[in-house]
Write a protein that binds this ligand. Sequence first.
Ligand code: NAG
Ligand code: NAG
Ligand code: NAG
Ligand code: NAG
Ligand code: NAG
Ligand code: NAG
Ligand code: NAG
Length: 466
Amino acid sequence: MASSLAVFFVGLFLVLTGEVIAMVNMNEDELVGLFDVMDSLLDYSNWAKQYPLPCTDTPWPGVECEISLDNFPTFHITKLHIGPDVIDPPCKNSANLSDSLLKLPYLKTLSIFNCFVSSSSPVNLSPTVFGSLTSLEHLALASNPSLSGEIPSALSNIVSLRVLSLPQNSLYGKIPRELGRLVSLQQLDLSYNNFSGEIPEEIGGLKSLSILDLSWNNLEGVVHCALGMLKLLQKIDLSSNKFNGSLPPDLGKLNKLVLLDLSHNFINGPIPETFSGLENLQYLIVDHNPIHSTIPFFVGTLKSLTSISFSGCGLTGRIPSYISSLNTLTALSLDNNSLSGSVPPSLGSLPSLHQLNLSNNQLSGELQLPEEFIDRLGKRLDVKGNPGLCTSDYKLHMKKNISMLYLQIPPCLEKQIIIGDHDNNNNNNRTFQNHPDDTNAQWLLVINQKLLSSTIVLCWVIIILL
Ligand SMILES: *[C@@H]1O[C@H](CO)[C@@H](O)[C@H](O)[C@H]1NC(C)=O
Ligand SMILES: *[C@@H]1O[C@H](CO)[C@@H](O)[C@H](O)[C@H]1NC(C)=O
Ligand SMILES: *[C@@H]1O[C@H](CO)[C@@H](O)[C@H](O)[C@H]1NC(C)=O
Ligand SMILES: *[C@@H]1O[C@H](CO)[C@@H](O)[C@H](O)[C@H]1NC(C)=O
Ligand SMILES: *[C@@H]1O[C@H](CO)[C@@H](O)[C@H](O)[C@H]1NC(C)=O
Ligand SMILES: *[C@@H]1O[C@H](CO)[C@@H](O)[C@H](O)[C@H]1NC(C)=O
Ligand SMILES: *[C@@H]1O[C@H](CO)[C@@H](O)[C@H](O)[C@H]1NC(C)=O
């Protein structure tokens, strides 16, 4: 009884909403605007005939509408999305952004992917259009090689904007200072373009920003201290630009930051110790910058770190053993630096570490990592190119599997006994070759000697016992 009543009410509701929807009008101007915009994008002259009522009877997957109840109920177009997921091929060769976008004043989302591709018809961001779409919350124009020109400063009129995502286009020029007025902006992605100049101070106005991606551009100058004001930032990617100078201590205030990628720039060290405030940092990627300092202290205090990468940073000094207190660490890359001293054996007790690259440094002494650790990492343990490094674990050398050969380091004390030669230029003789059949007579001698000495010890023990 109850369930049949429920079915009846649901049925009634559907009939009623169906009727209501049929009664709701669409603004004629908006509809014409949509047809113009589609016509400028798609090679589909019949679009208007095929989808005359895109909000009701003839929906199209890339268009969404909402009913507004301002005066009388009216449908408005609130989302326009073009991409290979909606139509393939998505756009015509001479696709363009029609000024008729201005007739869609209720548009909240405009996303166009992989559409403007023909170099013979470049497309620009018109200040008239993008200064006026003031309902827009989400603007994503990505992977459009012929979308070029500058970001119009009028874009900063769209104060409702939450997402500005313009990666992989051919945009250039400076990041407009006026963008700092976008107080609701949560994501700013300008990666893989050709933007130049400096990060404007006004970026400090983007109070809601949680994602900032400026990677793969031509940006220069110092990393602006105003970034330290953006307390909600979780991701900063400034990689592959031309940033130089020192990092601002203010960045250390970003206690929500999870990812910081500064790789491939010209940033000088030392990195400020205020970075110990980045208590949620998981990814610290600094590769290929002229840091030229020792490994910073603060690294040992960031207990959330899972990945640390300082390849090619000119680091000097020793590998501090406090790195071994970072229990969540999964990857550590310190390769291609000038680190000296020994490899802290405690690194081998990091429970989650599965990638350790210490190659191309000046590390020396005996490598004392647990066998279990060496087996676990296999090829992902790289200690090549450290001429002073050796191992006395001859068992390791007998295990002729790949992980052992990958270590490519010679035996320790034994080399002096066998080779009897301290000439450091004679490195070739001290490095294992990468071929499993390269049986090295030296090792066998070493092993024999070891076996011999332990046999002697054993004999003495037996004699004493007797
Ligand atoms: C694209 O549209 C703009 C105006 O919206 C116009 O000035 C430009 O010439 C058009 N480009 C092409 C290639 O049609
Ligand atoms: C990027 O911009 C610079 C000037 O800032 C220019 O020299 C360079 O040719 C541009 N690169 C591309 C791929 O457009
Ligand atoms: C950083 O680069 C700019 C040019 O891009 C230069 O004027 C400035 O002197 C450089 N600063 C440092 C500290 O190297
Ligand atoms: C090592 O770092 C230097 C810069 O410090 C760089 O020029 C070189 O390409 C790097 N080598 C490797 C193998 O990454
Ligand atoms: C370690 O870093 C060097 C560059 O310094 C690179 O050539 C090598 O492939 C890396 N090893 C591993 C295992 O990733
Ligand atoms: C190397 O040999 C050990 C046992 O001797 C084995 O546990 C390990 O999995 C082997 N590693 C590789 C990469 O084959
Ligand atoms: C290796 O050492 C042997 C003698 O111990 C010497 O004859 C040989 O020339 C050395 N090889 C290289 C490449 O230095």
